[in-house]
Unconditional design. Structure first.
Ligand SMILES: Nc1ncnc2c1ncn2[C@@H]1O[C@H](COP(=O)(O)OP(=O)(O)OP(=O)(O)O)[C@@H](O)[C@H]1O
Ligand SMILES: Nc1ncnc2c1ncn2[C@@H]1O[C@H](COP(=O)(O)OP(=O)(O)OP(=O)(O)O)[C@@H](O)[C@H]1O
Ligand SMILES: [Mg+2]
Ligand SMILES: [Mg+2]
Lengths: 370, 330, 613, 346, 309
């Protein structure tokens, strides 16, 4: 990509940010899994005290290691709270044209009105969510008929033209899911989730377990859908490459906490949280075979997270304060042009140094605060 | 390599082998029985009579000839296959000189009608109710499930007896035995037929139903936690659509398999139910035949059942892809 | 309430009776051929020459109403036929029919499923028509019982219509559905599944033997339906519902519940002991002398008999409703007179002494019937005015376990502290007794015996076997003891026809079929004394007093050896519901027996009177 | 095709595996591995990568190598010995000791119902690597140390009590117990997140360098392949379409398919977004049954000959390519034209 | 999975974990207690005429005499049978014997089924084809008629244990097919390959690796096996082909029916036997539900307190 193109992309981003209002706002969200096993209660604080807002028309990425609560966050934002998942505190609100809607208190009617028409969801492992014994066209009809008046012919016609626009061949409609490749199934699911032109799309790891070629196709499809309707896309993945390619803004989750949030280029160029830095540095790059290391240690168990900063046991910069106090998520001053959403970080020992593309910082060379 | 060669022919071959082995076993086993059909017939023919010893011996020979029991067991076996392939099951011993073909021909429609009705109804109702129960867990469901689990182990004939007592004695509404008036397919025949078949049918239905319910509920519950159902639920699909096209439909593979195989189990059920209700089907016929060591009738009926079950499972196997498009023939 | 009956006949014209089994051969009334299945039908549709009534022991008229006349050396028998009988097509019944019947059966083995062919082949020289109603049989050797072939208790040689059958080419496979019949009824409809059969009365009832016997021009119900409902429970339900007018038998318990629900139901006696007690058979305990050594010891057999309490057996197990017998002769009025109450037998049994360890011992106890009567009083049953013996049978053996113990000990058996018996070899004295539970009284006799012998200290295992298994077992000698039923004598008192198969020449060792030689007994008994007696009876006329004496001797010898332990007579809860039809045979109307499915059942049916719908 | 059997650790020659499947009432013949050839050198341990998109036959090839699948035709030699026709005894006593697998999903590798250490003990005992109790413990511990774990850490634990990375390391450790010369790792990192990925791939590198173990590394993650591997073979629908040193093949891919693969890699750099159109595979089976080049259907530089004729392997620029674009027998003008059409770099 | 030591903790866990298990367990303990009580019965197993006949529950009956010859009276809990036996104590024997029959049948049937199912599933090839065809042939045989025939052949000589063995021999074809299918899929699972590469031989693989996965399956199967065996026992007894003098659930029903219990309203001789059958099967059913649920990997994960990272 040429520098001009990059600049224009940046400008586009800025434009979005300026005009947009927030579509989703979550405040102090606590979504825990509370299980009764053996009569013993166990609480997994999968999302713990999390505040974020997502702007209309943007692609908002959520990154983090496996098991850090990404999917849980999405479910909470979607308002799909099924036991043992419990909302312990906080709120989630949508704002579309007609005022605010409390996402966590949806009635069955609300759901029928909101789901798929306004808010839609592509779950993790979306290649497995199609009914294996139902033809694709029937599934389309089921999903369309659930939310709007239609006949079988109409809904199939709708599906046909939509699939064509998305570059899937028509024959797919007559197939059963197992007759399609994984990537095609994933694309069908995306089509299913977006055919009713929702304003807000939650996509949970839509590309894991796909090979790069198919992954690329799926991601381009998502982007196309998002751009066509100027809808909002919330994309969860732990693949930083995908974030880099697709999102406008990235939130980094660690052990149920939001640790850093900034526009994409900032996250990749000037990450401030040690965890984010690790995440990006550890990625190998083409054309570079010098040694890289993973993040030391393993993520904490969420039913008994460490006190203070949850990253401290793995953090080379950790000090006593990290072990005792939870770092607040605060905007970084003096960054950005002041009009977009701020760059927020939750760390006592933020690192303020650019990450040069291609440059490797060895873990041991990470500056120590103490 | 075509499908025919690769799958259908071997499957057909297997069908043939299964039937031949099955029939051979049922040919041999009755002949191991201590009950001697000749002695049985002798006792029947000469009851209350003091017979000359000479007459007894002569009668025995006569019976041997009539029944086709001369020669070694191997000779009998090949003669049996010869007759069978000629479509003749031989004479009944207990009802000589009646042909087994005729006897089975008379009883078969009754059993088939009863079985088809109860099996299919039990299957459909069981699946519907079971799926509903899986879909709406709750107190009512637990109650229904509890009842079903209680009914499930109660022996067929106990249920039959209770119905018999209640609906022919205390509330004498149904006839005591199968009473059929009029020519087949006339209004009177149909009326009396329904009247006579009701109790045995309900008995079979109830026992079949309870099993089907338990199975459908278990399968439905498992299906409910599957990804595609959860996703469709999230997408706000209406309940009936979910239940029918997403839960029940997906449990069809095991249900259809089981339907094919359950014909055998149900056959056992009719055996006794028919006896209790004086219903003129194959079950009662078979029971009598076993007692009288009426080899040919036993053979005829088991053969029917063997061919029936083998064919049912053949059809089930061949129709799997219709039921579940994922299935591949290997 | 819809009718549970399968036929559309006004109830006041229809008599519904319990069919004793499910017909497996449909629409075939050729009783001579291999399809043979006679019950009900032979009473309704057919005639034999004579009928031997078991209640009275009298010969009753059939196609002949005079006894056969033999020449002096029993080589010729002359029969005179009734001249007023007609076939249902109007043709007169005459000597041609009898001659034709005999010759046909004689010449066609396939038409001889009562065994008559073999009899004729064995004895018959020629059969000749003397005149229209007289026929003479010439025999190739003395045969004083030749007429038995024509005399029915259950069955006899049924008359064939010569004028019709001579037209039929293949008589063996002829189904004889359209008559003509000599009996009162003709079949009109049959259940293709064999559960029922409908018969209609002839248009000319006056031409049948039954109506002539009853001296009633139009005797008997217009229609008779035989129908099989199933087990006791179902029969009782059917009668309660008014859908059954007579049944053959039910369990004691079922009968009591019927009495409670259906006041019009009635068996033989109007009060206790209700059931018909005079069927010619008795229940006993049989030993297998071939395979189990211990059974060959007379003392052991006696010990077993003495350790049974017959009063308890008859009351507690059988409900008090059968007559006690000490030998296998049923206690019908006629047979009681010929045997139990015959002075010779009475004297013998009262003075009978057996040897108990060298001491003589009188085992007979004459008070049994009275004690049963007392028991019935205690239960609060009203009883008939007859003597206790008439209701409860003969005396029996004392219940004397001390003597029984002595007998065993004398033979080397020992008893331990718990009272358990051990064989001389030192093993636990144990054996099994087999019975078929659906033969109710036999099974209960076995039950009682097992219980009482267990109490006495013998380890007896009761095996209830499915009937066909049970019979297969005794046929092949696979039993130790079992509980069958039989009678040594016929209703008229003759013994030879039944006793002869005990001749040692028919003996076959187990496990071959006991009747491999034609005769033979499952007990596989060999006793030269019996052989002699049997041989002596053969050439005597049944009514010959010498014959009776020989039978007495046979029975005495039998009892002294206690070959079988006889217990009670046959009884049946033959029950009539006097709701639509009345005047069935009963203790008050005891001119003939009530077993309507026997050939003689026609008298019962013909005697019925309608009570209106 | 003949490889240098004597000097190769593993040499695979024209290996073919055909599956016949019936679906509904139609039969499909599917050449999942179609005459694949490559060799892993013996003189010096190397990490050899098999890469390619999903369904290209990588797993099938790995299973063939491991002997879990029967070859339809072709040859395979290990240390010069024919290993397609081993007796059961030879296989157990020799081959299984030499070649050990590492599977994709570390949790599927071990039965969830058994303690994970039991596999380590089983392997040690069954191959008689040690006999005494202490010996076995020491042997297991040593293998675990090689992967950065210790026996104390994992003893008595069930698979799901370990993190994915730990479980995958145990899987590697188990494979190392028999002191194999070759590890066959089928997508060992695809289930893991970036950080864990690196630790496993680093582990392979250290095994190669410190323990002299060769690795057949199967993946569709080209970045880790580039990072770790010495040589690479790119698979397409059963074919090996390009193979050679990883810097060459991935640095300057020649085959249009390899180029497509490389382009599709999302780089963790917001300024490097994708160029050109993605060309997506249609149904798997369609390409398997195509006559001519299996890539012809979506190749931007397709020529007429590609649609009818199967290309041969061409040695060019230090690698082997299965493409007419580099085939001298095809007129050069035509090839240049096609490349230009496809927007490819020559 | 169930070490001997761990058994009790497992049961305790299960009791806490699953209501179905709890109820099933309680019901079965109750049933076992019944069976156990049979050893303390004041009456002999096959003895009749111990009590007055046909008395309803809770009647006062004479149960013999004391040393002075005085009659001893007691109330019968469940009434007496027409053969003069105490229903309650007969039931204890019946439950014990039926357990013995069904238990033997299930044990033998499942052993054969598992062995053959696993072998055919794991070995595959010609071995599998031949055996599967034989199994299929057996599946199509109507079992009840066959059983009646065989029972008839054995001439009523069949002992309680013998009946169990016979039933077991007849009831393995269906389950073995199901086990085969399971093993077929387990065979393709990766840990099977791991086991093979760990040098395990086929028997070890099948027993150590696959067996544990069949346990939930086995449990469900045991329930249906139990049900079938009890059903067959009862049916044979009903037809008079069992050893009807040995008290079993079936023979209790047989005798009740023989003495027209329904017609005479003596339901107390039938109801306990039916209840025993229902309790036994329902108890096992609930137990297996509980255990299956407990062993389900999905619930197991949360239960073991691990995240699925
Ligand atoms: N149903 C559940 N019950 C209990 N704990 C759960 C449940 N589902 C998830 N968890 C736990 O919650 C935490 C967060 O899970 P989540 O699925 O949100 O992670 P994720 O970031 O989406 O991971 P991945 O990248 O693997 O999808 C994990 O520790 C997980 O073990
Ligand atoms: N046992 C089998 N029977 C039939 N077809 C099979 C079988 N195994 C694999 N295939 C087919 O062979 C082709 C190659 O499969 P393979 O698993 O080797 O691909 P892969 O490169 O490992 O893909 P992935 O990256 O998805 O794991 C696929 O189309 C697959 O459907
Ligand atoms: Mg997730
Ligand atoms: Mg693969």
């Amino acid at each position: 990509m040429s520098p001009e193109a990059a600049a224009s992309a940046g400008m586009e981003q800025a434009r979005v940010n300026e005009e947009a209002r927030n579509v989703v706002e979550a405040e102090g969200l606590k979504a825990w899994y509370i299980t009764q096993a053996y009569g013993v209660e166990r609480t997994v604080k999968a999302v713990d005290d999390l505040t974020l807002s997502i702007r209309e028309g943007e692609i908002y990425g959520i990154a983090g290691e496996s098991g850090c609560g990404k999917s849980t966050l999405l479910k909470a934002l979607l308002g799909e709270i099924v036991s043992p998942l419990t909302i312990v505190g906080g709120k989630v609100e949508y704002e579309f044209d007609a005022g605010k809607i409390d996402a966590l208190k949806q009635t069955a009617e609300d759901r029928e009105a909101i789901r798929w028409r306004r808010v839609s969801y592509i779950p993790q492992g979306s290649m497995h969510v199609l009914n294996p014994v139902r033809r694709i066209r029937d599934t389309f009809h089921d999903f369309i008929a659930a939310h709007q008046e239609t006949t079988r012919e109409k809904s199939i016609e709708m599906a046909r033209s939509y699939l064509q626009e998305l570059g899937l061949r028509e024959g797919v409609l007559g197939n059963y899911p197992h007759q399609l490749s994984g990537g095609m199934r994933q694309r069908v699911t995306i089509a299913l989730a977006t055919i009713l032109t929702p304003r807000l799309i939650f996509a949970d790891e839509p590309t894991t377990a796909l090979d790069v070629v198919v992954q690329r196709g799926v991601i381009e499809l998502l982007k196309e859908v998002q751009q066509r309707e100027n809808s909002t896309l919330v994309l969860v993945t732990h693949d930083m490459g995908v974030h880099a390619n697709l999102t406008n803004r990235v939130a980094v989750l660690y052990a149920g906490n939001l640790v850093e949030e900034a526009d994409t280029s900032t996250i990749f160029r000037r990450p401030r949280h040690p965890y984010t830095r690790y995440l990006i540095e550890s990625l190998p790059r083409m054309g570079d075979r010098s040694e890289r290391v993973g993040i030391p240690g393993r993520p904490p168990a969420l039913d008994n997270p460490p006190d203070g900063c949850r990253f401290h046991p793995r953090c080379p910069l950790a000090t006593d304060i990290c072990r005792q106090e939870v770092p607040p998520l605060l905007p970084v001053e003096g960054i950005g042009n002041g009009t977009g959403p701020p760059h927020r970080v939750a760390c006592f020992h933020q690192v303020d140094a650019p990450l040069e593309a291609g440059e490797i910082e060895h873990a041991t060379e990470m500056p120590h605060a103490d | 390599m075509t499908l025919l060669q690769q799958f259908i022919l071997p499957r057909l071959l297997q069908w043939v082998i299964v039937i031949v082995v099955g029939i051979t076993i049922t040919f041999l086993i009755p002949r191991l029985s201590p009950v001697n059909p000749i002695q049985q017939a002798l006792a029947r023919l000469t009851q209350f009579q003091a017979l000359e010893p000479e007459a007894v011996l002569q009668l025995k020979e006569q019976l041997m000839a009539n029944y086709g029991l001369e020669g070694s067991i191997v000779e009998q076996y090949f003669r049996f296959w010869g007759n069978l392939l000629g479509g003749d099951l031989g004479p009944s011993f207990g009802a000589f000189p009646q042909r087994v073909n005729d006897m089975i021909g008379r009883a078969l429609p009754f059993t088939v009608a009863l079985l088809t009705f109860t099996t299919i109804m039990g299957w459909i109702i069981g699946i519907i109710v079971g799926t509903l129960a899986a879909y709406y867990p709750g107190r009512l469901t637990n109650l229904v499930a509890g009842v079903m689990i209680v009914v499930y182990p109660v022996p067929y004939f106990i249920i039959a007896f209770i119905f018999l007592m209640v609906f022919t004695y205390y509330i004498p509404f149904f006839p005591l035995i199968g009473v059929f008036r009029g020519e087949p397919f006339e209004a009177e025949f149909i009326a009396t037929y329904l009247h006579s078949t009701f109790l045995p049918a309900v008995t079979l239905l109830i026992t079949g139903l309870s099993f089907r319910f338990i199975m459908a509920r278990a399968l439905g519950t498992a299906e409910l936690s599957s990804d595609h159902v959860q996703y469709a639920t999230m997408a706000g699909l209406p309940d009936n659509r979910l239940m029918y096209s997403y839960v029940a439909r997906n449990t069809m593979l095991p249900q259809v398999t089981d339907l094919g195989l359950s014909m055998g189990a149900i056959f056992s059920g009719t055996l006794i139910t028919e006896a209790v209700f004086g219903y003129p089907g194959l079950g009662d016929l078979l029971l009598q035949a076993i007692y009288q060591a009426d080899y040919n009738v036993v053979m005829g009926i088991t053969l029917l059942s063997i061919v029936g079950i083998a064919t049912a499972s053949l059809i089930v196997d061949l129709s799997y892809p219709l039921v579940d498009p994922r299935v591949r023939y290997r | 309430q819809p009718s549970g009956l399968p036929v559309d006949v006004p109830r006041e014209e229809l008599f519904v009776m319990d069919q004793i089994f499910r017909w497996s051969v449909i629409d075939n009334y050729n009783v001579w051929g291999p399809a043979s299945g006679t019950p009900h039908r032979h009473a309704l549709m057919f005639e034999t020459l004579w009928y031997l009534d078991q209640e009275t022991g009298n010969i009753m008229s059939g196609a002949s109403n005079e006894p056969p006349v033999y020449n002096d050396d029993y080589t010729q028998m002359t029969v005179t036929l009734v001249d007023s009988l007609k076939w249902s097509d109007g043709e007169a019944f005459n000597a041609d029919d009898l001659v034709y019947t005999v010759e046909t059966v004689w010449n066609t083995p396939e038409l001889s499923f009562g065994g008559w062919h073999a009899q004729f082949a064995d004895f018959l020289e020629s059969v000749e028509k003397v005149d229209d109603h007289t026929v003479t049989f010439t025999l190739n050797r003395p045969a004083p019982r030749f007429h038995k072939n024509f005399e029915a208790r259950w069955a006899g040689l049924y008359m064939m219509p010569e004028h019709a059958f001579s037209q039929i080419e293949d008589l063996v496979n002829y189904t004889y559905q359209d008559g003509p019949y000599l009996g009162l009824y003709a079949p009109v409809e049959m259940d293709p599944n064999g559960f029922w059969n409908l018969f209609k009365k002839r248009d000319d009832p006056q031409n049948t033997a039954v109506c002539q016997y009853h001296m009633n021009e139009d005797c008997g119900p217009g229609y008779v339906l035989t129908i099989l409902y199933g087990d006791s429970t179902k029969k009782v339900i059917a009668m309660t519902r008014g859908e059954l007018d007579a049944f053959m038998n039910v369990d004691f318990e079922a009968f009591e519940s019927l009495l409670a629900s259906t006041p019009t139901a009635k068996s033989w006696y109007p009060e206790f002991p209700w059931a018909y007690p005079n069927e010619t058979s008795s229940r006993l305990i049989r030993f297998n002398f071939d395979t189990h050594e211990w059974t060959n010891n007379k003392d052991v057999r006696w010990a077993l008999a003495l350790s049974l309490d017959i009063v308890q057996l008859q009351t507690e197990y059988i409900g008090g409703v059968a007559k006690v017998v000490y030998v296998n002769v049923p206690y019908t009025p006629k047979l009681a007179e010929l045997y139990y109450n015959h002075p010779r037998m009475q004297e013998w049994v009262e003075n009978l002494e057996i040897d108990v360890a060298g001491e003589p011992y009188k085992p007979y106890d004459g008070t049994v019937a009275d004690r049963i009567g007392e028991w019935a009083d205690e239960q609060g049953y009203a009883q008939p005015a007859e003597t206790a013996a008439a209701s409860y049978g003969s005396g029996w053996w004392k219940y004397d376990t001390d003597t029984a113990a002595k007998l065993l000990e004398h033979n080397g058996y020992t008893r331990d502290g718990n009272g358990d018996w051990f064989t001389p070899e030192g093993e636990r004295f144990s054996f099994s007794i087999q019975a078929a539970p659906d033969e109710v009284d036999s099974f209960r006799v076995a039950n009682a015996a097992a219980d009482m012998w267990n109490d006495f200290g013998i380890d007896v295992e009761l095996q209830g076997l499915e009937r066909s298994v049970w019979s297969a077992n005794f046929e092949t000698g696979q039993f130790e003891t079992d509980a069958p039923w039989l009678s040594f004598v016929l209703p008229d008192g003759d013994g030879w026809p039944q006793m002869r198969s005990y001749h040692s020449k028919y003996y076959v060792p187990a496990p071959e079929l006991h009747n491999a030689l034609g005769g033979g007994t499952p007990a596989r008994l060999v006793d030269p004394v019996l052989d002699e007696l049997i041989d002596a009876m053969e050439s005597l006329h049944p009514q010959d007093p010498q014959n009776l004496e020989l039978v007495h001797q046979y029975l005495q010898h039998w009892v002294e050896n206690m070959y079988y332990i006889s217990t009670v007579s046959f009884k049946k809860f033959v029950t009539w519901n006097e709701l639509y039809w009345t005047n069935p045979p009963s203790a008050e109307n005891d001119v003939y027996m009530p077993l309507y499915w026997f050939q003689g059942g026609r008298f019962s049916i013909g005697g019925l009177e309608s009570l209106g719908g | 095709m003949q490889t240098d059997r004597e000097h190769s650790l593993l040499s695979v020659e024209s290996l073919q595996r055909v599956f016949v499947t019936r679906e509904g009432f139609t039969t499909t013949r599917l050449e999942a591995v179609a005459g694949a050839s490559f060799a892993i050198r013996n003189d010096q341990p190397e990490i050899y990568t098999l890469a390619g998109e999903s369904g290209s036959g990588k797993t099938t090839l790995a299973r063939l190598v491991l002997g879990l699948e029967h070859a339809t035709s072709g040859n395979m030699y290990y240390k010069g010995r024919d290993v397609l026709h081993l007796t059961n005894k030879e296989r157990r006593d020799w081959f299984l000791k030499e070649v050990q697998p590492i599977f994709q999903d570390p949790f599927a590798t071990f039965s969830p119902l058994k303690r994970i250490d039991s596999y380590l003990y089983e392997t040690t005992r069954n191959y008689k690597m040690a006999t005494t109790r202490e010996g076995i413990d020491a042997h297991v511990d040593e293998a675990l140390h090689a992967v950065g774990l210790s026996l104390a850490e994992i003893r008595g634990r069930y698979p799901n009590e370990l993190s994915g990375g730990q479980a995958q390391r145990v899987s590697v450790a188990r494979a190392l117990l028999t002191r194999p010369s070759l590890l066959v790792a089928d997508e060992p990192v695809s289930m893991l997140d970036a950080s864990l990925r690196m630790s496993i791939v680093n582990l392979f590198r250290s095994l190669r360098d410190d323990y002299k173990v060769s690795v057949l590394y199967i993946t569709h993650d080209l970045t880790t392949a580039y990072y770790a591997a010495d040589r690479i073979a790119i698979m397409l629908r059963g074919w090996v379409v390009e193979s050679g040193p990883v810097e060459k093949v991935l640095g300057e891919p020649l085959h249009p398919y390899t180029q497509n693969l490389k382009n599709a890699i999302p780089e963790a750099d917001p300024e490097k977004t994708w160029e050109g159109d993605a060309s997506l595979a249609v149904m798997d089976t369609e390409e398997y049954t195509r006559t001519g080049c299996r890539y012809a259907g979506r190749c931007p530089a397709v020529m007429d000959i590609c649609k009818t004729t199967v290309p041969r392997d061409i040695e060019v620029q230090g690698r082997s390519v299965k493409c007419f674009l580099y085939d001298e027998e095809v007129p050069e003008a035509e090839r240049m034209q096609a490349m230009a059409n496809g927007g490819l770099v020559a | 999975m169930f070490g001997i030591v761990g058994l009790f903790t497992n049961i305790r866990d299960l009791m806490k974990f699953s209501g179905a298990f709890r109820w099933g367990f309680i019901v079965l303990v109750f049933v076992f207690l019944m069976a156990g009580l049979s050893w303390f019965s004041p009456y002999e197993e096959d003895h009749r005429r111990d009590t007055p006949r046909g008395k309803p529950p809770l009647t006062e009956i004479s149960i013999g005499r004391d040393d002075d010859g005085e009659r001893i009276y007691a109330r019968t809990l469940l009434g007496t049978t027409s053969q003069g036996q105490d229903v309650f104590w007969q039931l204890t024997f019946a439950v014990r014997n039926t357990f013995l029959i069904a238990g033997t049948a299930v044990f033998i049937g499942r052993s054969i089924a598992i062995l053959l199912g696993m072998l055919t599933g794991y070995m595959g090839g010609v071995f599998d084809r031949v055996l599967s065809t034989i199994i299929d042939s057996l599946i199509v045989l109507p079992r009840l008629p066959l059983l009646i025939l065989i029972a008839a052949i054995l001439r009523g000589d069949i002992t309680t244990l013998g009946l169990g063995v016979l039933l077991g021999i007849m009831d393995w074809a269906h389950p073995s097919k199901r086990y085969r299918a399971q093993v077929l899929s387990l065979r393709e699972r990766e840990f099977t390959h791991t086991a093979v590469f760990s040098g395990m031989n086929p028997v070890k693989v099948v027993v150590r690796e696959h067996m544990p996965f069949l346990v939930p399956f086995l449990l469900a199967d045991v329930v249906s096996g139990f049900l079938w065996a009890i059903g067959m026992e009862v049916t044979l007894a009903y037809l008079g082909l069992g050893q009807i003098s040995v008290p079993t659930i079936g023979s209790l029903l047989y005798w009740g029916n023989y003495y027209n219990a329904l017609l005479l309203n003596q339901t107390w001789v039938l109801i306990p036997a039916i209840a025993a059958a229902v309790f036994t099967v329902a108890g096992f059913y609930m137990l297996s539900q509980g255990i299956t649920h407990y062993l389900d990997p999905r619930t197991r994960l949360t239960r073991l307190g691990v995240s699925d990272s």
